[in-house]
Design a protein around this ligand. Structure first.
Ligand code: PNS
Length: 171
């Protein structure tokens, strides 16, 4: 039987740490679905449509990687997709507690679904979407930490926000 894995997350934005985990997952499983959670953060930087578009573009040459969105309980989505595995990345011990809780809760909710933890390459262990947004918004370089497309979209976002702000000030 083909093994389908779901890699869930917010991906706001997609980082090279995520990309690394997805590439590793794609080697391990027959198919891997990057499942973007809808409606969690009230004010995400990138809309769901933007996050889907970015991820589809980044993985366009990897036919076994699919990009989708989900709402509600993760285990219900995984069940609906008839997937067997949830993939989560573990960067450091600090990730462990929350991930452990989520994995056990998901196991209690649906014992047929296994959570598999994967480690990203060492150079990505300190990257998080939150830090990327903070560093970029304060003028720091994020080159090499996110896909080039994400870097470009971050630049466009910031210049869009600046233009809007300038428009407001002149009117
Ligand atoms: O990228 P993130 O924010 O670490 O991803 C967290 C995510 C989306 C995996 C988690 O919040 C989730 O599964 N949310 C869906 C709702 C749910 O099933 N909650 C119970 C999880 S134990």
């Amino acid at each position: 039987m083909a093994t389908l894995a779901v890699y869930p997350g917010s991906f706001d934005p997609l980082t090279n740490g995520h990309v690394d985990i997805i590439a590793r997952g794609a080697r391990l499983f027959d198919r891997i679905v990057v499942a973007i959670l809808v409606n969690r953060e009230k004010s995400p930087l990138f809309s769901i449509a933007e996050r889907v578009e970015i991820a589809r573009e980044v993985f366009k040459d990897m036919p076994t990687v699919e990009v989708d969105t989900f709402n509600g309980l993760l285990v219900d989505y995984v069940d609906r997709r008839r997937a067997q595995v949830i993939v989560r990345g573990l960067r450091a011990v600090s990730d462990f507690e929350l991930e452990f809780q989520m994995a056990l809760m998901n196991q209690r909710l649906n014992d047929r679904i296994e959570t598999v933890f994967m480690m990203p390459a060492e150079q990505y262990t300190y990257i998080s979407s939150r830090l990327i947004k903070e560093v970029f918004s304060l003028g720091g370089a994020v080159h090499g930490l996110v896909p080039d497309l994400v870097e470009q979209r971050l630049r466009e976002k910031v210049s869009g926000l600046l233009n809007k702000d300038q428009g407001r000030r002149t009117t």
